[in-house]
Design a protein. Structure first.
Lengths: 115, 115
C-alpha cells in the first residue's frame, strides 16, 4: 500500500491566487481528514469526511477555504483567494472510520507558501 | 528519510495510575523538535508537550512529562495521576528541516483510562 498520497509536496503561489491541494486516501479507508500545521498553532483539524460526506467543517477558517470529496479515492482542499497567513503545511489523513483508532495514517503533507 | 515509531497501538491503565507512551525516531538532522499530540473523539489535535532537541532538560506540562534520550532517539511521554479525560489517541511527531519531508508522525497509541 502506498499510504496516503498528497500532492503537490510544495506549492509557492502569489497572494490572491487559487490553490488546490490534493489527497488520495488509503484504499478501503472510509474517513478522510484535512489538517493544517503551523509552528504557532500546531495541528488544526479543518474538515473531515465519512463515506465522501463532509461531517464537520467547523475548523475551516473562513469562506476562502473549501473542500470536496467527489469519490472514495480523492479529495481536494481549495483556497481562493490565498493570503500569506495561509502559509503552512497541510496534511491529509485517512482511517477506517471516524471513530477508528486503528489504521489512522497521515500523508506527507503539502507545504504551502503564499507570497 | 526520517521515521517515527510508536510501538504500542493500544494501552489501558486504571485511573490515577502513571502510564508511559513510547516513541522512537530516526533523523539525520541535528536540530529538530518533537511533539506529543492528544486526539480526543472530536478529532482535533491538541498539543500536549513540545521538546527542542538542543535542550537537554526534559519538558514538563503539569501531569505530562517527557523522557527525552537524544542519543537513543527516544521521546516517551509520561502521564501521571491519569484521569478519565486522558482517554484519547496520542501521536508523536518529529519536526525537522524546512520542508514537508521534515514532518513525520507516528501511527498513534490509543490510551484508555479505566475507572
Amino acid at each position: 500500500d502506498a499510504g496516503v498520497i498528497q500532492s503537490p509536496r510544495h506549492e509557492v503561489t502569489e497572494m490572491g491566487q487559487e490553490v488546490t491541494l490534493r489527497c488520495k486516501p488509503i484504499s478501503g479507508h472510509n474517513s478522510l481528514f484535512w489538517y493544517r500545521q503551523t509552528m504557532m498553532r500546531g495541528l488544526e483539524l479543518l474538515i473531515y469526511f465519512n463515506n465522501n460526506v463532509p461531517i464537520d467543517d467547523s475548523g475551516m477558517p473562513e469562506d476562502r477555504f473549501s473542500a470536496k470529496m467527489p469519490n472514495a479515492s480523492f479529495s481536494t482542499l481549495k483556497i481562493q483567494p490565498s493570503e500569506p497567513r495561509d502559509s503552512a503545511v497541510y496534511f491529509c489523513a485517512s482511517s477506517l472510520s471516524p471513530d477508528s483508532y486503528y489504521g489512522y495514517t497521515f500523508g506527507s503533507g503539502t507545504r504551502l507558501t503564499v507570497v | 528519510a526520517q521515521t517515527v515509531t510508536q510501538s504500542q497501538p493500544e494501552m489501558s491503565v486504571q485511573e490515577a495510575e502513571t502510564v508511559t507512551l513510547s516513541c522512537t525516531y530516526d533523523t539525520s538532522e541535528n536540530n529538530y523538535y518533537l511533539f506529543w499530540y492528544k486526539q480526543p473523539p472530536s478529532r482535533q489535535m491538541i498539543l500536549v508537550i513540545r521538546q527542542e532537541a538542543y535542550k537537554q532538560q526534559n519538558a514538563t506540562e503539569n501531569r505530562f512529562s517527557v523522557n527525552f534520550q537524544k542519543a537513543a532517539k527516544s521521546f516517551s511521554l509520561k502521564i501521571s495521576d491519569s484521569q478519565l479525560g486522558d482517554t484519547a489517541m496520542y501521536f508523536c511527531e518529529l519536526l525537522s528541516g524546512g520542508g514537508a519531508d521534515g514532518l513525520t508522525f507516528g501511527k498513534g497509541t490509543h490510551l484508555i483510562i479505566q475507572p
